[in-house]
Design a protein around this ligand. Structure first.
Ligand code: COA
Length: 154
């Protein structure tokens, strides 16, 4: 049965296994540990006891940013990222966020489709923002900054 709960230091190794399987340039364990506290928040999806995906968010005043979202490769394409993203948006709404932001590699068409379906729109391009091993990228790749305004009550 699928259920959701926050990640702690106790199950961070499961999260890191998914992080490493999902990204060409994954965060280090140290970076991830620092993102489980303070102004950061997270949620993971579990199939019974097995972690299958997670998101990491950051609060900065009224602006909340989706820092990372991953679904384990064998569970992709089954709607779990959509569920996690819906929970991220709901968290922002429940905690009085005014704006949601995220950055995504320009080549990550799958993630961009996910964000657009949820209502995020492209705001700008950050040139050469990410390191890249892809040919013809000169070692870097552009980031697309996307955003969504919440609670616009005119
Ligand atoms: C991006 C990612 C999180 C999507 O996870 P997922 O669980 O497979 O996504 P879902 O099954 O919830 O699909 C949600 C939407 O994503 C898009 N999507 C999913 N699979 C897709 C595919 N194969 N091709 C194109 N779009 C796809 C679709 O818009 C889909 O909505 P739809 O089902 O209404 O068409 C997952 O591929 C992943 O972990 N990738 C590696 C990490 C990453 O790139 N994270 C995002 C940047 S930080």
């Amino acid at each position: 049965m699928i259920h959701f709960k926050s990640v702690t230091d106790e199950n961070i190794n499961e999260l890191m296994a998914i992080e490493n399987a999902c990204h060409t340039h994954p965060w280090t364990l140290k970076t991830m540990q620092s993102c489980l506290q303070g102004r950061y928040f997270n949620l993971a999806a579990f199939d019974d006891e097995q972690m299958i995906g997670f998101y990491i968010g950051e609060k900065a005043g009224p602006d909340f940013t989706l820092m990372d979202i991953c679904v384990a490769p064998s569970f992709q394409g089954q709607g779990f990222a959509k569920q996690l993203l819906t929970q991220f948006i709901a968290y922002g709404e429940q905690h009085s966020a005014e704006n949601l932001f995220l950055e995504v590699r320009e080549s990550n068409t799958r993630a961009i489709a996910l964000y657009e379906r949820a209502g995020f729109i492209e705001m700008s391009v950050r040139k050469n923002y990410y390191p890249s091993d892809a040919p013809n990228k000169n070692g870097f790749e552009d980031a697309i900054l996307m955003g969504m305004a919440l609670g616009l009550n005119f």
